[in-house]
Design a protein around this ligand. Structure first.
Ligand SMILES: C[S@@+](CC[C@H](N)C(=O)[O-])C[C@H]1O[C@@H](n2cnc3c(N)ncnc32)[C@H](O)[C@@H]1O
Length: 294
């Protein structure tokens, strides 16, 4: 087997995970995810990145709320195009765009790592849509090739774990209780490199450079996000998603058996973030901007 086909096979496991278990979990917590993650994209998209009439690609668009927001920014003469590897997310994006009357928002299903991305685009955008590729440089290069010369790529990715305690502290507590099964030890589908795979600017700038981007810049952005309308929901959210959720899922029956202990530990860990209006925790991202040469 060639190394290229081995990479393709590996990514199929990730795509399968997003199409099945991870989509179901995202749907369950759509209200928290859309509101919380928008806290980061609203800031970046408020800065006049895009002009009326431009055509923008939204990479790993998920539910497509960011795609619909970009469609508003480029106006009826422009187009916002959301790409995601799952038919489920694409269907959801189309339905939400139709409900919002966003006629200039399109969605299609493709693996960003190696499928045709239907360029050329003036610019590309990704909110937490680039951290899960098994071959990130190949995927970033594929995005660059879909851009016009001089087109920009603006990405939002999580910064280091310690500045995202709602994910990291939950993971540490779960690790104390649930035996960790690595991706290599399981036949189960998994989310790939994971949410912190692009948190290191030295490594990521090298990846961006290898993918052919220039003028690569990192800006830190911090904001508190709501991780549950109450503590019980915040605990459920932590047990379903992120590294903690993946540890519990991959542990199978043992993960299920240990859930009562995990719930107790997570109530203790996330309790300090509870306020009158829900559970709010600090979160921190990089805004990464770069250009296709030309
Ligand atoms: C953490 S979610 C972010 C979704 C959305 N951008 C948001 O901020 O809510 C990551 C998204 O990337 C998509 N994704 C993962 N690997 C992909 C790939 N190889 N090609 C296209 N989309 C991919 C997943 O299906 C998922 O919708």
């Amino acid at each position: 087997m060639s190394s290229a086909s081995a990479t393709l096979l590996d990514n199929h496991i990730v795509v399968e995970a997003w199409n099945t278990v991870l989509f179901d979990k995202f749907l369950r917590f759509k209200h928290l995810l859309v509101a919380g993650l928008s806290g980061h994209s609203d800031e970046l998209l408020s800065r006049g990145l895009y002009r009326m009439g431009e055509r923008i690609l939204d990479v790993g668009c998920g539910f497509g709320d960011s795609t619909i927001r970009i469609a508003e920014l480029v106006g009826p003469e422009g187009r916002a195009v959301g790409v995601d590897c799952t038919e489920n997310f694409v269907r959801s994006g189309r339905a939400d765009a139709a409900a919002a009357g966003a006629e200039n928002a399109d969605f299609f299903a493709a693996d960003v790592q190696d499928d045709d991305l239907r360029g050329p685009y003036d610019h590309a955008f990704a909110r937490f849509g680039t951290m899960f590729f098994m071959s990130p440089v190949a995927a970033l290069r594929n995005v660059r090739r879909a851009l016009k010369p001089g087109g920009s790529f603006a990405q939002i990715v999580w910064r280091k774990r310690e500045d995202n305690p709602w994910l990291h502290e939950a993971e540490l507590r779960v690790r104390e209780i649930v035996p960790v099964v690595s991706h290599e030890e399981t036949d189960q589908v998994h989310c790939g490199p994971g949410p912190f795979s692009m948190s290191g600017p030295d490594m990521v700038s090298a990846m961006m450079k290898a993918a052919g981007f220039v003028r690569i810049a990192f800006e830190r952005f911090d904001t508190d996000i709501c991780i549950g309308r109450d503590l019980a929901e915040a605990v459920e959210f932590a047990m379903a998603l992120g590294p903690a959720g993946e540890i519990i899922r991959l542990a199978g029956d043992e993960g299920e058996r240990l859930k009562p202990k995990v719930i107790e530990a997570l109530r203790d860990t996330l309790g300090p973030y509870e306020r009158k209006d829900g559970v709010w925790a600090p979160s921190s991202t990089w805004f990464i901007t770069a250009r296709n040469p030309g």
